[in-house]
Design a protein around this ligand. Structure first.
Ligand code: COA
Ligand code: MG
Length: 295
């Protein structure tokens, strides 16, 4: 798991072409927002959307939210200008669409270096093509090289469905193996991993179930398309009161003098090891970050 405990439970796409949605953003309780210049913006609107992104992000208070800009592919006619415009807006990260290979990340990284972008400006990569799935390990490995800026993998499930021809069922049975590979690769590279979007934003029950599955699969959070999805995602990806109590009990047990120097102990009839103590520490760090954010 990544060492940072930056919360990315709810990560909302906001089309840069949608003035109303952009205006709503400051009032929404998502952990992060992706201002989108890519798929949610039609070609005729690309230039205007970029200008709107500039206007919205320049000098604005981020309200504690992480801000990411999704640019068009660097190989497209808009990508280069998007990247420079995004860099000037000082987002936390730039999200690269349709990354196929490590080169896709490295080219963007080189372009940022040439634009004197600070090291704090990170890259996120959409995993949404068959080629990306086949190159997943090599792409994620870039997470081990801090100079490559890569911080997070984002599942692009709609594109994966389109590109592969799998059937998009409600239970996502045919996509799940790929999602699990993404989480695995992200962990190998020390990256965060975000689940893809649920298109059906009116079905709250199905959405909460999908969030529960995403958390069980190991994702750090879910990408969202609609404000109604923020509350359920925050709730599902937050440690519960019972989980926090259990983690605290485990920490206390290992802190007892009689357990110092012991690798494994019994707690309520279960064997717990120091690796569980590490897990508990991470959960408590997330809980603390949540508390901090709620203040
Ligand atoms: N971010 C911020 N605000 C949003 C929003 C979003 N992604 N989606 C909807 N809203 C706002 C609407 O502007 C509306 O605001 P209002 O109360 O001031 O009128 C309110 O939330 C309710 O929206 P609603 O009427 O239910 O939906 P809609 O028909 O306006 O929009 C979508 C539906 C799907 C078109 C819209 O949610 C959307 O564009 N989502 C993002 C799509 C995207 O980015 N796709 C690419 C990544 S997969
Ligand atoms: Mg896509």
């Amino acid at each position: 798991m990544p060492s940072s405990c930056r919360l990315r439970r709810s990560v909302l796409y906001v089309p840069a072409s949608n003035e109303k949605a952009l205006a709503k953003l400051p009032h929404l309780d998502c952990d992060a927002a992706i201002i989108d210049l890519e798929d949610s913006v039609v070609p005729e609107e690309k230039d205007r959307a970029r200008e709107r992104m500039r206007a919205v992000l320049s000098g604005r208070d981020r309200e504690g939210k992480e801000i990411i800009v999704r640019i068009n592919a660097l190989s497209s006619e808009w990508g280069g200008e998007d990247l420079l415009a995004a860099r000037a807006c000082r987002p936390d990260a730039i999200l690269l669409p349709k990354v196929d290979t490590p080169r896709g990340v490295l080219d963007a990284n080189d372009a940022l270096d040439q634009a004197d972008a600070p090291a704090s400006l990170k890259l996120w990569a959409m995993i949404e093509t068959p080629k990306a799935m086949l190159n997943l390990g090599a792409i994620a490995e870039l997470g081990r090289d801090p100079s490559a800026r890569l911080e997070c993998l984002v599942a692009g499930t709609n594109d994966l469905v389109k590109e592969t021809g799998v059937l998009a069922t409600a239970d996502r049975r045919y996509i799940m193996p790929w999602l699990m590979q993404m989480v695995l690769a992200a962990r190998a590279g020390g990256l965060d991993a975000l689940d893809g979007v649920s298109n059906d934003f009116r079905d709250e029950e199905a959405f909460a179930r999908e969030c529960g599955e995403a958390r069980a699969m190991g994702f750090d959070g879910k990408t969202l398309i609609h404000p109604a999805q923020i509350g359920p995602a925050n709730a599902v990806f937050s440690p519960s009161g019972a989980e926090i109590a259990e983690a605290e009990a485990l920490r206390e047990a290992f802190a007892r003098p009689e357990n110092s120097g012991r690798g494994a102990i019994a707690l309520n009839g279960r064997m717990v090891e120091r690796l569980h103590l590490e897990q508990a520490g991470r959960l408590l760090a997330r809980a603390a970050a949540m508390k901090e954010r709620d203040r």
